[in-house]
Write a protein that binds this ligand. Structure first.
Ligand code: FE2
Ligand code: FE2
Length: 283
């Protein structure tokens, strides 16, 4: 196994070695998934607004952390979008994003009167965020390890490192809240609820807007089940066992279970079996 390069926080688009791009090494299934991921990442400003509302009285350090986090997520969208535009000149991040924005907005972003977290507390919000960052950290690690295209490998490596730092940031923020500690079961409930939401419209609709050109919308209308399955398909095939174990360990840690204990090992084995079965049925 070769050592992975170490990517530090605060990288810029100009730091990526774009001239190493190899068109022959682009995998079409992965390209479709990257286009969808770019839209979801690029949508970060809405989450920034929402999180700043949830943490409005948490002090300038936390609010500054949220701003920086959002800027990094948006940059992930721009980096993935630029790679996808290079691989497929028909694709435009801005055009696909405009369609995505028009058709998708979760209720908790629209309700301007709502003050607290949709999860019930700031701690619960951070548990949910940690679950998302565990997922993205494993996903981009899997892409980095699955692709032979040098630029995508570099971008995925840089993003995976950012996502892991985001997990640590939200993990620390979780434990800084002057709210009562949550029970193990409550944290597990929030984590499982957030994982289940991964099946929701966001990624499926992003996949649709990113991969069905605007002039084909009428002929190929959006169908949630179909595009949800297509969006999930890549994930099922690129993950390796170690990415899944890492994902489960990160989630175990945030709910307060031993990342190397029985529950995490059992959870990792179970999730791996489920994903292999889904990969086989999606193939
Ligand atoms: Fe990201
Ligand atoms: Fe992140």
């Amino acid at each position: 196994m070769t050592a992975q390069p170490v990517y530090h926080q605060g990288w810029k688009l100009e730091d990526v070695r774009w001239d190493a791009f190899d068109p022959a090494a682009v995998d079409p299934t992965l390209l479709a998934a990257i286009k969808a991921a770019a839209l979801v990442e690029y949508n970060a400003p809405d989450y920034v607004t929402y999180l700043k509302r949830v943490f409005r009285d948490a002090g300038s350090r936390t609010l500054g952390d949220i701003e920086r986090w959002g800027a990094e997520e948006s940059q992930h969208g721009r980096a993935l979008g630029r790679w996808a535009e290079t691989a497929d000149p028909q694709f435009s991040l801005e055009d696909a994003f405009a369609r995505f924005r028009k058709g998708y907005s979760p209720a908790h972003f629209n309700d301007l009167d709502a003050e607290g977290s949709v999860r019930g507390s700031r701690r619960a919000e951070m548990v949910a965020r940690c679950v998302v960052e565990s997922g993205t950290s494993s996903y981009y690690s899997a892409i980095r390890d699955a692709t032979d295209e040098p630029v995508l490998k570099e971008i995925a490596g840089r993003i995976a490192a950012d996502e892991y730092r985001h997990y640590k940031l939200f993990y620390d923020t979780l434990h800084r809240q002057d709210e009562p500690e949550m029970s193990f079961w409550r944290k597990l409930w929030v984590a499982v609820t957030r994982v289940r939401e991964s099946d929701d419209d966001e990624l499926a609709y992003a996949y649709y807007c990113a991969n069905v050109p605007a002039d084909q919308e009428a002929a190929r209308p959006y169908d949630r089940a179909t595009y949800s399955r297509l969006a999930a398909r890549t994930g099922m095939t690129i993950y390796r066992r170690q990415h899944i174990q890492r994902l489960v360990q990160m989630v175990a840690k945030v709910v307060g279970a031993n990342p190397h204990g029985l529950l995490a090992n059992w959870g990792g084995a179970l999730l791996w079996r489920v994903m292999q079965r889904k990969a086989a049925s999606a193939a």
